[in-house]
Design a protein around this ligand. Sequence first.
Ligand SMILES: Nc1ncnc2c1ncn2[C@@H]1O[C@H](COP(=O)(O)OP(=O)(O)OP(=O)(O)O)[C@@H](O)[C@H]1O
Length: 337
Amino acid sequence: MGLPIIQINNVTKSFETKDSRVEALKGISLEINRGDIYGIIGMSGAGKSTLVRCLNFLEKPTEGTVLIEGQDLSSCSDKELRKVRNSVAMIFQHFNLLMQRTVLDNVCFSLEILGMKKKEAREKALGILKIVDLEEKANAYPAQLSGGQKQRVAIARSLAMDPKILLCDEATSALDPTTTRSILALLKEINQKYGITIVIITHEMGVVQEICSHVAIIEQGELAETGTVEEVFSSPKSKAAKKLVFRGERKYSLMKSKRCIRIVFTENSSFEPVIANMVLECRASVNILLADTQDVGGTARGQMILQLPEDEQIAEKMIQYLKDRNLAVEELDDYVE
Ligand SMILES: Nc1ncnc2c1ncn2[C@@H]1O[C@H](COP(=O)(O)OP(=O)(O)OP(=O)(O)O)[C@@H](O)[C@H]1O
């Protein structure tokens, strides 16, 4: 597989304000491989934006190192840093387009700054607008576009630089679910066709599940958990991961038992017969606290959270019943109050 394209080693970042000091990152280490779509997820204020800004040195870490393709950014000259930054493109929640310029000029702008001739830049930009499906809007101004179209222009502008890495900071947070899906599909296509490594910063587990191969969960400036999306979704270990996977729901129930389990299905259709048969066989009812299906890396994954009967023997029998049917059963602490 070779060297990871991004290596983050023990990065800390503190912000000094007039009367306080904020430790936004507290010793984060991460490796991202070439070709990954890597999600970095966490609640508001967790330090996601700070971390992503450290990846292109828009923010310099207080301590620790960031290596892009093996090159330590802290030992780069200004010229070398500019070169690295050209290969690490970034898109944002609010698009950051030049409002006085047309779509085409937005894409040509950075190419011309790099010294490309106008005609050549125009040709390249038109080719890229085709990739993002915005050819017919080349002469429109950003104000005349929808949110999704604006984000496509921002993606086109970053692709113009032939980046190796694309950093997306909450790039779909201002978009509705349908538009979000189409932008995520475009990012996936770019990743697959052009081999661009993508880092996605988000607070939504749905975004991670839709397209990421790997995920890192950060909480209060620390890394809570990393793994493949499949691993983290199937058996989240940290409190932060559980909160995101279970969508932060904490249930209040009329049933007395506090014993809850989570089952993961690969097929949505297997939900009902298994639970119904288990209830029939054990002659006791369960309380279904959550049941849903989510798309994890293109596969439908169902999860169900059950509150078991108070009778320990029956509860054990139910768990065994499910395990005998090769279902992953995980006991959840403190799920009900
Ligand atoms: N320039 C700054 N000066 C002072 N504090 C800052 C600065 N930038 C970020 N912080 C603080 O660092 C912490 C992490 O902020 P950051 O923006 O990285 O979080 P985030 O996870 O991206 O949050 P959100 O999802 O709300 O954008 C917060 O407490 C924030 O207030």
